[in-house]
Write a protein that binds this ligand. Sequence first.
Ligand code: NAI
Ligand code: MG
Length: 498
Amino acid sequence: MKPVSKSNRSKSKKPVRALDFGDRWDYAPAPESVRPKIKKQYELFIDGEFVKPHSSKYFNSINPSTEERITRIAHGDKSDINKAVKAAREAYDKTWSRMDPRERGKYLYRIARLIQEKARELAVLETMDGGKPIKESRDVDLPLVAAHFFYHAGWADKLKYAFPRRDPQPLGVCGQIIPWNFPLLMAAWKLAPALACGNTVVLKPAETTSTTAMHLAQILQEADLPPGVVNIVTGEGGTGAALVEHPDINKIAFTGSTEVGKRIAASTAGTEKKLTLELGGKAANIIFEDAPLDQAVEGIIQGIYFNQGHVCCAGSRLFVQEGVYDQILRKLRTRIATLRVGDPLDKNTDVGAINSKEQLKKISSLVQCGVDEGASLEQSSCALPEKGYWFPPSVLTDVTMSHRVAQEEIFGPVLSVMTFRTPEEALQRANNTPYGLSAGVWTDKGSKIFKMAEKLRAGVVWANTYNKFDPTSPFGGYKESGFGREGGKHGLSAYVRL
Ligand code: NAI
Ligand code: MG
């Protein structure tokens, strides 16, 4: 074990244990060859046209793995939001809500097919702009994006079967605000059900990852979607706030931090606006002694290092039954040491770049706080690129429930490991956070799975697997993780009046 020397790892006096596998296999670089056409500058998408922002201001979108500028994004303000909401209202009144639902379905099918056709290019762009490994954007994000449009296209003319003996009606104009961890996928989660139910939309992408949303706008244009049905206004928090506060909005759907979610809940309280919030998480993975241990370790690795841990349902806390603690930790260390960190566009890369400088700062400071509070830090000794925002896959042990790293969302590739003796203790510890988005249970025994799933206060519980998504299955949280569900029939109900 050689010590980690890189200065951005940990500044504590306590030694950081370096996870080194010895002879890591070296693969020849396998860079993605497709180069998407990137414009020098992206405008706003309002009423079916690309228009300049009222402020004439643009901001840079950076490739977080190189710190190079990719493009410039229009900075929309209140007056652009007003224009977009007006266009969405007109499209709602005159076209979309009146259209035969079968016709609406055809548009969604067309969008889904166009996304499939351009999937490779979109995946590369997603990786360049956000830092996630190409194998994830190519094999996970993009297929799911298309699947969400296909799934909801099917519902468009069958809503009365989703809500038998009811009369589902659209809500009107929806304001949708999305984060940077799954830029296109979050756009699809929000747009597809809203459109299928007959609503029109103003979408606000996250400031660090707006580029693929603007390529989606091109697809909407190509699909001949009637003008104003979807409007995309890029910008930062203030742009989102203007959308939330607009008086002519019928529904707000938000995914992002609990802090902003609370602000949005306060600002929409007492108005007629409907609201769904999908906020942070602090998911627990629970490994019982009888679990298939190798499979569990692979699932844990997927659960936390997938997308650099930029996942609201990331399995950031691991509870291991005492009898297998040493064994699990040994297996985890070995596996972490083999993870390939680096160029996100390389097809061999497992862990890409941290999305932004701010996020890297947040991860580093929370991990430092864990060490200061007494946790032991182990990190992969992999070489990190000189440029860009990187954080090595990390494990914290000697963590207690009161440590900040056991309570707060880190949103980075950092796993906190704790132990338990009995199922009751595991439940009590797993439920002991302000969040309740997801959890994982690893055991050979079916009855134990049911018992745990029933008592875990989490919207999603995976058993002997992790981070599996499907458009037919509802996703969402309890407590400070938010309310409302996305996906499946439950997700549709967030976009209709019954
Ligand atoms: P954020 O909540 O500030 O950003 C999410 C979206 O909300 C972005 O589009 C942003 O422009 C917009 N926004 C910001 N302030 C707003 C306001 N006052 N009104 C309306 N919209 C507003 O999240 P941020 O700062 O990017 O990340 C901070 C932390 O939040 C992360 O470290 C992570 O812990 C958590 N997070 C959770 C996500 C999830 O999927 N649940 C996604 C992103 C972040
Ligand atoms: Mg970017």
